[in-house]
Design a protein around this ligand. Structure first.
Ligand code: PRP
Length: 217
C-alpha cells in the first residue's frame, strides 16, 4: 500500500491501493444498498486503519516457536481508544476493533445543525484519559471539518495528546479548517474529493453516510 501526500496538507495521508479505489467507487454508487454499504465501510476502514496505526509502539518479547526461542515484536503501551463520532462513525468500530482487539471504545455524539452547519454536541464518554493512550477518531466524512475539530478539541481539553483521525472521504475546505486548528493531528482517508456544495455536502461524495448506513434516507 502507498500513501499519497498533498503539498497543501502535510499531515493528510490518502491511502492509495486498487482495493481502496474500487471499494470506494461502490460506496459512492447511489444504487448500493444498505447491507453492502455497511460491508464496504467496514472493509475500507480495515484498509485505512492499517496505515493509520503505523505508529503503534512495539516491544520485544521472548516467545517459543515450535523450533526455538526468539525475541519477537508485540504491541506495547496503553490500550488504544477508538472514538466513533455518532452516528456514522459507529460503522467503523468493528473494523478498528478487529485490528486492535485490546482497544477500548469511547463515544462522542455530534450532529451538524443543518442551518448553521456547526456541530452540536450531545454525548461524550471515553475511558480514562490520563494514560497517554492513542485515540483514533473515526467518522466516514470530513466535510466542513466542524465535527472532527470539535471531537479533537474535546479530547485535547481532556489532556489527550496522541490523536489520529480516520475517515473515508475528506473535502479540501474541511481539511483547511481542521489543520488550521489542529496542525499536529494526522488525518488518514481513502480520498480527497473536489469540494463542498452550498449545503456543506462533499462533492462528488457519497451522500450522507449515516443515512445510507442505517437506512434513514
Ligand atoms: C455527518 C458525518 C460527519 C459530519 C461531517 O454527520 O457523518 O459526522 O456530518 O460534517 P462536518 O465535517 O461538516 O462536521 P451528521 O451530522 O449528518 O450526523 P449523523 O452521523 O448522525 O448522520
Amino acid at each position: 500500500m502507498a500513501l499519497i501526500r498533498n503539498h497543501e496538507f502535510p499531515y493528510f495521508f490518502q491511502v492509495k491501493h486498487p482495493l481502496v479505489s474500487s471499494k470506494l467507487s461502490l460506496l459512492r454508487n447511489r444504487d448500493t444498498e444498505y447491507k453492502l454499504f455497511r460491508e464496504l465501510v467496514h472493509e475500507l476502514t480495515l484498509l485505512i486503519a492499517y496505515e493509520a496505526t503505523q505508529n503503534l509502539q512495539l516491544t520485544l518479547e521472548n516467545i517459543r516457536t515450535p523450533m526455538e526461542m526468539m525475541q519477537s515484536p508485540v504491541l506495547s503501551g496503553p490500550a488504544p481508544v477508538i472514538l466513533p463520532i455518532l452516528r456514522a462513525g459507529i460503522g467503523m468500530v468493528e473494523a478498528m476493533l478487529s485490528l486492535l482487539p485490546s482497544a477500548k471504545v469511547g463515544h462522542i455524539g455530534l450532529f451538524r445543525n443543518e442551518k448553521t452547519l456547526q456541530p452540536e454536541g450531545y454525548y461524550f464518554k471515553v475511558p480514562e484519559t490520563s494514560h497517554q493512550r492513542p485515540f483514533y477518531v473515526c467518522d466516514p466524512m470530513l466535510a466542513t471539518g466542524g465535527s472532527a475539530i470539535r471531537a479533537v478539541d474535546t479530547l485535547k481539553e481532556n489532556q489527550v495528546k496522541d490523536i489520529t483521525v480516520v475517515c473515508l472521504l475528506a473535502a479540501p475546505e474541511g481539511l483547511r479548517a481542521f489543520f488550521k486548528q489542529h496542525p499536529d493531528v494526522p488525518v488518514f482517508s481513502a480520498c480527497l474529493d473536489r469540494g463542498l456544495d452550498e449545503h456543506g455536502f462533499i462533492r462528488p461524495g457519497l451522500g450522507d453516510a449515516g443515512d445510507r448506513m442505517f437506512g434513514t434516507v
